[in-house]
Design a protein around this ligand. Structure first.
Ligand code: CA
Length: 754
């Protein structure tokens, strides 16, 4: 794959003659036969016993398709259902379709983890939030990054197999409530599936990154976005979307994984009542809404993150979002439960037929989504085993439901919350604190949790050996107040909450601390419905979790560390610097008999005291991969190309522009860019801005011009030139910088020759 430089909008640049070479995996439905390799996975005795007793993890000997070609993504439904028996792979972002984020691998364990070292790393070429969990199968690792880009790496070496950029229009960022993030891809039958920020669902060839098909899953005139992971159940790709801060109506859709044809769509909230309801249960749902603002504004209930599948019950569980607008007094004056907002909904994955639902926050008014991660597990109660669905949504209660019937088994506060006293187990409904309903009292109120939730999208993990669920908890509050008047904002947020009036409450004596209070990893016993212990974070913020049979949990943090803790008691056994904030969850897998752990790092700004070391990313976004005895090192400073400085790989697109364009570009560069980025495109000692020859935007004209002309990176210190530079001029500057980057690449290659 050495000739494949980069895939843009589905086009792969290959050397002549290779352009249309198709791998057999592109055409055949490959099942993971190959030569079965048996991996013995010794487990601590207690863990083993529980695992064997736990049907989801019965098979611990893995059949690994060793002859599968690198990057084939040759995943069948059978292989997905049995993903727990193939722990050498990490076949879905959640580990398996049940999404426990647990691995039976234990080569990295309590005794060996101190020797865990960096095996390889790769710089990521964006500096927005990185939220994806890597997917690893058939020798390749697939990660999505901010701006819905996908990278495929050889897991042995970290070599880039291909890169894909869907070229999402940067203006789409205005519709993304919470950064232009993406939480990962799915793999199936030779293909990799991506939900792009602009609402496209895209199937890529697993070997080449070439676009196989693409469908628009949303109305492009509406502020829908996709940041969530597609799930693939029996050949259907299931994808939701976000936008409940804006003006949208939530739904989840299944598409044929081979063709992109729509199979079913399930709407979470009723639409215009003068038109037929799309599903029979929406007529019932409509009786729980009041007035007509909701369907005109959208109602919300978007399915933007959590889903899980139970193969035994052939049921997919989807989480639904908050109301749109948040303020129920505007959305549904007079109240009502507003089904199916803030609910866990059980659907038939083949038809989209509704099975049952449980609503966590009836008539929600505080952005209390129930889109948080969902997992299916077997819990061992004193009276026997039970198949359950678990979720710790924003509202601060940890829910355990019977997976078959939806019966509420427990709902306990996992952190201090003030909007309700408890959940009434007879009715299954929260008992609210009256003052929390700011839209009824018309008085501002501080409520915990706030809109960011006691637990948000950051993945939790379940360890069947300890019986504990590990939850990244953020303790925070927010001040809510009803606005004096509400007018629909066609462009931006429509929460119908007056945050400014509410904020005055913090100045009153005895008021709680403003906003973010503390954060920690909570070890929660879901059978007892109570906390076992917690690990407090030094720096506030949530990061995703992974549990392993090595009696470990892995998590990054916002201080710039990636750590392993003992799963039984939370004692920290190992830590490594990440040089970046971490929000994403790790994955683990085997490479040539060695267990590896991978994590994507980078979010918002740098950790306190950390300098930039990644030439492609201001927040040091990278994928980091660890193994026992690894020997790779992160750079300690920003690489430069000066004498004695560490070399970084330069990888510009081919210089294809005319000499005239390059000369025009050189003059325009000198006049407009050199003062910050350095004369002749080489930053000097006084240069304040990045070395453009290493810019990830070079191959992306659709990224370059919005940055240089429209100010897409203005908040990072790159003001747009606007109409002062014509597109012809900025194209010429791009051509010049690409030429200078190729000059540098040639010089580096020459120096590396013996
Ligand atoms: Ca929301």
């Amino acid at each position: 794959m050495a000739g494949v430089r980069r895939s843009l909008a589905g086009e792969v640049n290959r050397p002549p003659g290779q352009r249309n070479r198709e791998h057999p995996a592109d055409r055949r439905n490959i099942s993971p036969k190959g030569c079965p390799v048996r991996i013995h996975l010794p487990l601590p005795q207690a863990v083993s016993a529980l695992l064997v007793a736990t049907s989801a993890y019965v098979a611990l000997n893995a059949q690994v398709p060793s002859s599968s070609p690198v990057g084939a993504a040759a995943v069948s439904h059978d292989r997905l259902v049995k993903a727990h028996a193939e722990p050498a792979s990490w076949m879905t972002t959640g580990g398996t379709l049940q999404e426990p984020r647990f691995s039976p691998l234990d080569q990295i364990g309590e005794q060996t983890v101190p020797n865990l070292k960096l095996a390889w790393f790769k710089d990521i070429d964006t500096e927005r939030g990185q939220e994806a969990t890597p997917v690893v199968v058939d020798g390749a690792m697939y990660v999505s990054t901010a701006w819905s880009m996908v990278k495929a790496y050889d897991v042995r070496t970290g070599a880039v197999l291909w890169e894909y950029d869907p070229d999402v229009a940067r203006a789409k960022a205005a519709d993304a409530c919470c950064d232009v993030v993406n939480r990962g891809v799915a793999v199936w039958n030779g293909k990799v599936y991506l939900g792009a920020l602009d609402g496209r669902l895209i199937a890529l060839d697993g070997r080449s990154g070439r676009e196989v098909w693409s469908v628009q899953t949303t109305d492009t005139a509406a502020p829908y976005t996709i940041t969530g992971v597609p799930r693939i159940i029996k050949g259907n790709v299931i994808i939701g979307n976000g936008g409940s801060e804006y003006r949208v109506r939530g739904y989840v859709t299944a598409y044929d994984a081979e063709t992109g044809r729509q199979v079913w769509r399930w709407w979470t909230v009723p639409g215009d009542p003068s038109r037929p309801y799309e599903q029979p249960e929406l007529a019932r749902a409509a009786r729980t809404w009041r007035g007509d603002a909701y369907w005109k504004i959208g109602g919300g209930g978007t399915v933007w993150d959590g889903m899980a599948y139970d193969p035994e019950l052939d049921t997919i569980y989807v989480g639904t979002g908050n109301g749109n607008p948040w303020n129920q007094g505007i959305r549904s004056p007079g109240g009502g439960d507003n089904l199916f907002l803030a609910s866990i909904v059980a659907l038939d994955p083949g038809t989209g037929r509704y099975k049952w639902h449980y609503q966590t926050t009836p008539g929600e008014s505080w952005d209390y989504t129930a889109t948080q991660p969902i997992m299916v597990a077997d819990l061992v109660y004193p009276r026997g085993r039970r198949r359950v669905v678990m979720q710790a949504p924003k509202n601060g209660f940890f829910y355990v439901l019977d997976a078959k019937t939806g019966q509420l088994l427990s709902a306990e506060k996992f952190s201090p919350l003030t909007w309700a006293t408890h959940v009434d187990m007879r009715t299954g409904r929260p008992v609210e604190v009256d003052s929390a309903r700011y839209e009824i009292t018309q008085r501002p109120v501080i409520v915990a949790p706030g809109a960011l939730g006691m637990h948000n999208w950051h993945p939790m993990a379940f360890h069947p050996g300890t019986g504990l669920v590990y939850v990244p908890v953020t303790v925070n509050n927010a001040a809510y107040a009803a606005p004096k008047a509400f007018t629909l904002n066609p462009q931006g947020f429509n929460t119908a909450v007056d945050f400014a009036s509410g904020a005055a409450l913090y100045d009153q004596p005895g008021a709680p601390a403003r906003g973010n209070v503390e954060s920690y990893i909570l070890a929660w016993d879901p059978v007892k419905g109570k906390e076992a212990w917690r690990i407090k974070n030094d720096v506030y913020g949530a990061s995703g979790l992974l549990a392993t049979a090595g009696n470990l949990i892995f998590s990054g943090n916002h201080k710039g560390e990636f750590s392993a803790y003992r799963a039984t008691d939370g004692v920290r056994l190992w830590t490594a610097p990440t040089q970046a904030r971490v929000v994403a969850a790790p994955a683990t897998f085997m490479v040539d008999g060695q267990q590896h752990v991978a994590i994507l790092v980078g979010a918002r700004g740098l950790p306190d005291g950390q300098t930039r070391t990644n030439p492609l990313s201001a927040n040091n976004s990278r994928v980091l991969v660890f193994k026992l005895g690894g020997t790779a090192m992160l750079p300690s400073a920003m690489p430069t190309t000066g004498a004695g400085a560490p070399r970084i790989r330069i990888n510009p697109p081919l210089a294809t522009a005319s000499n005239e364009a390059v000369i025009a570009g050189e003059q325009a560069y000198a006049a407009n860019c050199a003062v910050c980025h350095g004369a002749t495109a080489i930053p000097g000692a006084g240069s304040i801005a990045p070395d453009l020859r290493y810019s990830g935007l070079l191959p992306i004209r659709n990224g370059w011009n919005p940055t240089v002309r429209d100010g897409d990176r203005a908040q990072r210190g790159m003001p747009g030139f606007g109409a002062r530079l014509s597109q012809e001029t900025t194209d010429a500057i791009l051509a010049y910088v690409i030429k200078r980057a190729n000059d540098e690449k040639a010089e580096q290659s020459a120096q590396q020759r013996p």
